[in-house]
Design a protein around this ligand. Structure first.
Ligand code: IVH
Length: 698
């Protein structure tokens, strides 16, 4: 009956019908909330859920007197998205880089050697590393003050997690009070997991009670920990392994190994299979031993983690983007499963690239059902000779997206034909061309291909960019189709079409209001987010930040890009010199700004938005903050990379070549032409010692 009612436009509902439908919606939405929050097993997509909520809002907006007590709009207390309060991590919870082979591991260690100069010059110094099992559970951060458990959070996005203190309190292995002498503030990080034996028992109980069956122990642990009712968590025998720290008021160890021993002393469970290794061979032996023991362990592991043992070295090595330079995960080989390649689809991205993807007979790999997988590009399809109807091998390693790795030729149907990439865009029909030297075939219609335009707008409104609530993929697609949004700037003109929005199926006054408020809230935007949103080829979040940090304001960047169009100009050199920007990137960036169509769109956006200048992260108090520094020649005490990272941490800009804007040129042994150029330009030069004194480390 509800489906029938839902087909009626809100404006045409009678009062009785509205009353019935609100009752239906209240029940239905509550069921989905429960499935999502309590069982971690949503049965409908987020988009469909949103449709239900919007329909409910729209009906209520027309019949305010019919709003029920149990209406989803009347529920207070529960946060709409997560259901838990948020906790900001004082020290971010980062992830780990991966290696999958001995060669990759050797490269990783060589990188550490290069970075710590004393190791590169003296190969006899061993790098001790602690090898720890990589537990496949959920990472948590536990905060203790004066030895008492205060609060606990999930990892979330690494910066902000969910407050699951009440649930963590039900886990016996999470100590409530620590023993011995403990730092005043101590955040311990570790993995909550459900033992395999308990996982099997839990699923038996769930089956008997006709409740949800969990796919694997990790999902079961997640489902158990993210319960809004801690009484349910308490019934699940979750356990803990502690292995790292967040905020600490006082250092109590000099090595990773000592720290793990401290953790044990304070009362935390620490995995028994940890080892100190001092060579690649040792690490590989530890890895193989763990691999052989894997099946017999009562907890899931997905590899090993190696961490530099000396904490002073960990500090110096620091982080690259979101992963430490001093630790790496060595994953076990991915699970592989056979299935049928039913079809090859083509996706058109925001830069017009045509990407082939596999449409598969659904299979479970590594605990999830896979029905689509990327095929990367035209060459990959040709090289592996994927044909529709083939039996293929699909693999999924940890959280990596599924891949089709191989074709079983002997099982190929006789009539299977080689796949040919379309020569026209499957969306707009324009020629799709592959230029020499490029791996990608692109739709040539950059200006009006709907797929490109829609993908660009989706990207523009997405989380790392304008982050406009209520403007997800489906909404952008339908607004585009109806001509409400044709370019990113149109988003900021939507308010002029409020009436048209209100007339849309499933959109009521309230949802229109919410969307428009969400849009207004983003009319002012930080420079780096704006840049990321533009979808300049090769420019993602990290590069956008580099550009913002260098040029500080959007008008300054535009002017510089205008000047950089001249080959060999100082402006071009300046862009190319930014640490992390190479020639091909520089060309793409300059190319983007020089295109007339883009220039019009940028003018349009600048007229509608306030683009905030880049704000330097909490001004570092240092004599080199804001200065531009160039290093040249071989340094004695630190590697070039460590010197650069240190300078950047102190707020300096590190450039690759000397110009008028250079404040200091630091000269090591065998310096070349840069010293000469500095002398010509009157740039201050420093020896390595002078540099160290300047930054207070000499
Ligand atoms: S250390 C900055 N040690 O793996 C480094 N992580 O892929 C912090 N994990 O988010 C992580 N066992 O949830 C570390 N012995 C171990 C681990 C471990 C499992 C998880 C952790 C982390 C993820 C990274």
């Amino acid at each position: 009956m509800s489906a029938k009612l839902r087909a009626i436009a809100v404006d045409d509902l009678s009062e009785d019908q509205a009353r019935d439908e609100l009752a239906d919606l209240a029940g239905e939405i509550a069921t989905h909330d429960k499935a999502y929050h309590q069982y971690d097993a949503p049965v409908i997509t987020d988009a469909d859920y949103d449709l239900l909520r919007r329909r409910n809002d729209a009906v209520e907006a027309r019949f305010p007197e019919l709003v029920r007590e149990d209406s989803p709009t009347q529920r207070v207390g529960a946060a709409p998205a997560g259901g838990f309060a948020k906790i900001a991590h004082k020290v971010p919870m980062l992830s780990l880089g991966n290696v999958f082979s001995e060669e990759e591991l050797a490269d990783f260690i060589a990188g550490i050697r290069r970075y710590l100069r004393e190791l590169s010059t003296d190969p006899s110094i061993a790098i001790e590393m602690v090898a720890e099992p990589k537990i496949d559970g959920l990472s948590v951060s536990l905060r203790y003050e004066a030895g008492k458990f205060i609060s606990g959070a999930t990892r979330g996005d690494g910066a902000v997690g969910e407050d699951i203190t009440a649930n963590l309190k039900t886990i016996k292995e999470v100590p409530q009070k620590l023993t011995g002498k403990v730092p005043d503030v101590l955040e311990v990080r570790g993995e909550v997991y459900l033992p395999k034996s308990e996982f099997r028992l839990l699923n038996e109980r769930q089956a008997a009670a006709a409740e949800k069956i969990f796919a694997n122990p990790r999902n079961a642990a997640a489902g158990s920990l993210r319960q809004l009712d801690p009484a349910i968590t308490a019934k699940r025998p979750l356990r803990l392994f502690a292995y790292a720290w967040g905020e600490v008021s006082e250092r109590t160890a000099e090595t990773q190994w000592d720290f793990l021993q401290r953790l044990k002393g304070w009362g935390f469970p620490v995995n028994e299979r940890i080892r100190v290794c001092s060579s690649l061979e040792d690490l590989m032996a530890a890895y193989r031993d763990l691999g052989s023991a894997r099946a017999s362990l009562d907890y899931d592991i997905d590899g090993m983690v190696y961490k530099v043992n000396r904490l002073d070295w960990q500090d110096r090595l620091g982080f690259v983007s979101r992963a430490p330079r001093w630790a790496i995960a060595h994953k076990f080989p991915a699970e592989r499963v056979e299935t049928i390649l039913k079809d090859i689809g083509i996706q058109v991205g925001r830069t017009g690239v045509l990407t082939p993807f596999a449409i598969l007979e659904p299979v479970t790999v590594g605990g999830v059902v896979v029905s689509r997988a990327t095929l990367h590009n035209e060459d990959e399809v040709a090289r592996k000779d994927f044909r529709i109807g083939d039996t293929v091998v699909v693999q999924r390693a940890g959280d990596v997206i599924p891949q089709v790795v191989e074709v079983l030729i002997e099982r190929r149907p006789v009539d299977a034909e080689p796949f040919k990439m379309p020569e026209s865009c499957p969306v707009c029909g324009s020629p799709a061309v592959r230029h020499e030297g490029e791996v990608a075939r692109r739709c040539t219609n950059t200006l009006t291909c709907p797929a490109q335009a829609v993908e660009r707008i989706i990207h523009f409104a997405s989380r790392g960019c304008f982050d406009i609530e209520g403007l997800g993929e489906k909404t952008v697609e339908s607004f585009y189709a109806d001509g409400l949004i044709k370019t990113p700037a149109d988003i900021f003109r939507l308010a002029d079409h409020a009436d048209a929005l209100r007339r849309r199926e499933g959109w009521g006054e309230k949802s229109v209001q919410n969307l428009l408020v969400g849009i207004e809230a983003r009319r002012t935007i930080p420079f780096e987010r704006f840049l990321n949103a533009l979808g300049i080829p090769q420019v993602g979040e990290a590069t956008a930040k580099l550009l913002a940090r260098h040029y500080l304001t959007f008008p300054a960047l535009r002017a510089a890009m205008e000047a950089a169009r001249i080959v060999g100009s100082e402006a071009y050199q300046d862009l190319n010199d930014i640490n992390g920007i190479g020639e091909s990137m520089a060309d793409d960036i300059v190319g983007f700004f020089s295109e007339t169509h883009n220039a019009h769109q940028l003018d349009d956006l600048e007229g509608l938005l306030t683009i905030e200048p880049y704000v330097r992260p909490a001004a570092v108090e240092s004599p080199v903050a804001g200065k531009t520094v160039v290093f040249t020649g071989t340094l004695e005490t630190v590697s070039r990379n460590e010197a650069k990272a240190r300078a950047e941490a102190l707020g300096a800009k590190v450039a690759g070549s000397v110009s008028k804007k250079t404040d200091y040129l630091v000269i090591g042994a065998d310096a070349g032409s840069k010293a000469k150029k500095a002398a010509e330009l009157g740039v201050a030069t420093l020896t390595e010692d002078e540099w160290l004194k300047l930054i207070g480390e000499g």
